[in-house]
Design a protein around this ligand. Sequence first.
Ligand SMILES: *[C@@H]1O[C@H](CO)[C@@H](O)[C@H](O)[C@H]1NC(C)=O
Ligand SMILES: *[C@@H]1O[C@H](CO)[C@@H](O)[C@H](O)[C@H]1NC(C)=O
Length: 429
Amino acid sequence: MWNQKNRNNGIIFSVLLVLSGASAFVEELDDSFMQTRGADDIWLIEFYAPWCSFCKQLDPVWHQIGSELRSLGSPVNVGKADATSSTGLAKEFRVRGYPAIFMLKKDLRYNYVGPRTKDGIMDFTNRVSGPSVRSLSSLQLFQHALSRHDTLFVYIGATSLLKGNYTAAAEELIVHTYFFSATRDVLPKIISVPSLPAVVVFKDGTYFTYSEEHDGELRSWINRERFSNFAKIDSFTLYAMGETGKLVVLVLVEAEHQSEQSLRYKRLVENVAAGNSDKYKRSFYFGFMDEPDYIRGLTMSDVIVPSFIVVNLSNDGYFLPSVAVETEQQLLDFLNRVLDGSIQCQGGNGITQRVQRVVYETKAALSTVFVQAPLLGCLLIGLPSAIMAFVFYLCFKSRSSDSYDDDDADAALTVSSQRRKTRGDKKSD
Ligand SMILES: *[C@@H]1O[C@H](CO)[C@@H](O)[C@H](O)[C@H]1NC(C)=O
Ligand SMILES: *[C@@H]1O[C@H](CO)[C@@H](O)[C@H](O)[C@H]1NC(C)=O
């Protein structure tokens, strides 16, 4: 919610912007944009709607990004467009929710999904606006890149068909990760590459080479290998992992002050991930998660911390161990039973589950309202209930008198449109 403090900050910030002229760093775009922009220009664009409170929260961040990119001399232009009035532009970008953040680079469009923070968006901007494949011309540059990135893709060799495929994959997947290229003599001698050209991924303290024969299409291999073996996973990463079709093995832990048991469970999963990567790398990602909301929505129950869960994002299903898991062997047993189908998958995205999930989320939202504002909570529950009761009364009355006259029908109609209205009001809040 857009509270008073944020609003004050917003006002102060706007005053500062006007004083410093910084508002000029963000251009307001409209439907004429695609015709008037320079073909080689790079744009970072936010689509907003006037009523969207998340968009208002993003506003100061957006202006900071505009002014920072300008002061860094970046070639990236920053703009924003009201998607409700510039509908042609919004349609062109296939905007489905607000705020929507895109980078437009020549004819390529990149959608930013991630935390709407300055750091997150700046990182995306720097990565995507640069070359899709960055050349590493010295050993120092290679080592620097290696120290900065958890996973590092490097194409090694001269121009080739494989390089064409690598560049095409990089152009698409640069939204997620960095891509590099180097000649063989730049890399340390100790790194062995079976033959050139090659694509190598460095991660988890080791490296391996792409093989068309074993790994299939290069693009899908990159998409699968871009996550490290064991890492902290937020809901955005979880979603992206799910898109590759693999299951995700998670330890759920506290956000702060992780207990001794949580740390032990994390080590357990990390060891299993590292020690069995050949066996499991086609089936699982491993990691830990400290934001329980997503899992709570999935399982429709309170999240036990620490605990283990295996999630199938393809069908919103999940697996829980049937016996306590305290040792590596027990964890291995659990994972093998998930793979051979001897543990029942729970949840799922069938119609019953989806209805249950809506009910669960409504209940969770309402109970929050009750805690924070009991009176409003009573109104939200009480008003629809009263209207429902009234509708039942009308139905009952017409049934008992065995004549459904026009007056009653009209009344019922008015009531249902009122109900729709109350529901609509609640939603737009
Ligand atoms: C390279 O791209 C071509 C054309 O898209 C495709 O047929 C081929 O399978 C790709 N090769 C690899 C190794 O991904
Ligand atoms: C995960 O869900 C997909 C889609 O429904 C399904 O094909 C796959 O078998 C599931 N995986 C497991 C291990 O249950």
